[in-house]
Design a protein around this ligand. Sequence first.
Ligand SMILES: *Cc1c(COP(=O)(O)O)cnc(C)c1O
Length: 453
Amino acid sequence: MKKPYEKPVIFKLKTGFMNKFGEGSYLLKKVRSKIEGVSVDDLVKEFGSPLFVFSERKLRQKFRELKNAFALRYPNVEFSWSYKTNYLDAICAILHDEGETAEVVSEFEYEKARRLGVPGNKIIYNGPYKPLDSLRVTVKEGARINVDHFEEIADLEQVADELGTKPRIGIRLNMDIGIQPQWSRFGFNLESGQALDAVKRIAAGGKLELVGLHCHIGTFILEPRAYEQEVKKMVEFAYRVEEEFGFKIEYLDIGGGFPSKNKLRGIYLPPDVAVPSIDEFAERVCNALLSSLRPGDYPKLILESGRAIVDESGYLITTVHAAKRMPDGRKAYVLDAGVNILFTAFWYHFNVEIDREINGPAEPCILYGPLCMNIDVVDDMVQLPPLPRGTRLILSPVGAYNVTQWMQFIRYRPNVVLIGENGEVELIRKAEDLSDIVKRERLPERLELKWKG
Ligand SMILES: *Cc1c(COP(=O)(O)O)cnc(C)c1O
């Protein structure tokens, strides 16, 4: 068969040299034919491409690393799974099996956790938008609610009146801990005195019992000292609240935000260098707690880690559909997966592996998704050898925020499988088809199509 003509291009090979960021930009030798011992080829034959693949072994391992890092340093810790990071039933069930409670930020997530069998009192309800009806349900079922704003205090007082109970609540704080951007849109600001005003307001109402403080400083935080600051400020505030208003703070919920081993765009060091270990975060947090708490005081420390637990357990297998040469000489590939299912491609350069040995010089390539959208770029600077059509790429880590933030846009969402600890492959979310989409639609009768001729 005659190969299609391709205009020759010249590019400089820098074999064996390191670039200024310490990475070799020579031949890509990242070949992966298996995930957790299961052949990529077999996975695609059975479940199609693109395909999300989760490793149960890796998920449990990452959780246990986090758990041990904190539980060995502080005697009273609760881990609460951030549903929005990944709320597939199978993923949540594994983490609940490991002992995590549930952290939800909407009535939908709350209902999903309840449906899975999580009791109300094992659910933490956060977020800036909690409709009154959802407060009625969550208060009744004993969920722990962290209040975001003054209106919510009033809403909760109304629910307290209706139910004739005194709900035990937390308040969310935001504070300056020296990192940018400061997430000041959630909760009550500490430095301005707003947080203290909130406590005053709760005390004056007399209908709510303040028992917790919550804070979530941001996501993919690379600075362990930020958490040290956060914890110190929370402890100091807890004692102030106790002394001035008599509220005994039983839990300090420091939120999530620990990074995964992903490569943030604009950070050129490889994740193994740029991303601190979970032990470094635990050391800062627990030392700050133990040094600022009074002897014998061990309020519950709550962690709502999301991406640090699940990101690395997720892979996406995608297939090269076509190769192109761009007008500027760069090589590009069209893949069957794009930003419709890989929302996090906007922020990270994934680890890109190929399913087979391919000879030929690597050159900088662009990876385009299948959408008719200019922004559908999976990566714009990855070194790859010449990939024949049908080559599978394995992208990782993709376990956090993709299978929740993906969208049904232009294409159906694909299968998701879980590789169990015994190596068995199970379907945990079935690919969509037309019926999923039309099920929701209603066509007024007068608009029904009757083609003439
Ligand atoms: C998103 C979120 C988390 C999880 O954040 P990660 O950065 O994924 O660890 C935890 N708590 C709250 C309140 C959140 O909004």
